[in-house]
Design a protein around this ligand. Structure first.
Ligand code: SAM
Length: 158
């Protein structure tokens, strides 16, 4: 069986199509949130290695849109700030600021922090497999040092 037909039989592939997610990996982040409640109270969020954007869609639907659409919310400053980074461009997603760049470059972190007005992130998610040293503890430490605030969450693929 070819890869295309295998994909079409996959339950998450079909569900992603039906629900309008750009990739079935959206369900990974939704399940992580169900288990660990990672979205509670977060205001500044970074999605590393974001393209084509299904995790950013989850962040938009779970964090940005409910705030924007809630009847009492008139203050734009209360809405969460979501920044998505990838080497590749991706189609726009409501409430998501896109930065095209390399996540291992300190300048990219500076751009993100500028979007956060000098503050660091409350939540960083990363679904990519970037070129790293291969020493997991060190890679995780270096990436977390770039943009994480104290007491924040880091969700990443290793
Ligand atoms: C598995 S895809 C991410 C899927 C995404 N989370 C989603 O849900 O749509 C991995 C992405 O990592 C990006 N990537 C790999 N190395 C990178 C780097 N050094 N900086 C930025 N993005 C990178 C690739 O361009 C690719 O789009």
């Amino acid at each position: 069986m070819g890869k295309a037909s295998r994909d079409k039989r996959d339950i998450y592939y079909r569900k992603a199509k039906e629900e309008g997610w750009r990739a079935r990996s959206a369900f990974k982040l939704l399940q992580i949130d169900e288990e660990f409640n990672i979205f509670e109270g977060v205001k500044r969020i970074v999605d590393l290695c974001a393209a084509p954007g299904s995790w950013s869609q989850v962040l938009s639907r779970k964090l940005y849109l409910p705030g924007k659409l809630s009847p009492g919310s008139s203050d734009k400053n209360d809405l969460p700030l979501i920044v998505a980074i990838d080497l590749q461009p991706m189609a726009p997603i409501e409430g998501v600021i896109q930065v095209q760049g390399d996540i291992t470059n300190a300048r990219t972190a500076e751009v993100v922090i500028r979007h956060f007005d000098g503050c660091k992130a409350d939540l960083v998610v990363c679904d990519g497999a970037p070129d790293v040293t291969g020493l997991h503890d060190m890679d995780e430490f270096v990436q977390s040092q770039l943009i994480l605030a104290n007491g924040s969450y880091l969700v990443m693929q290793i």
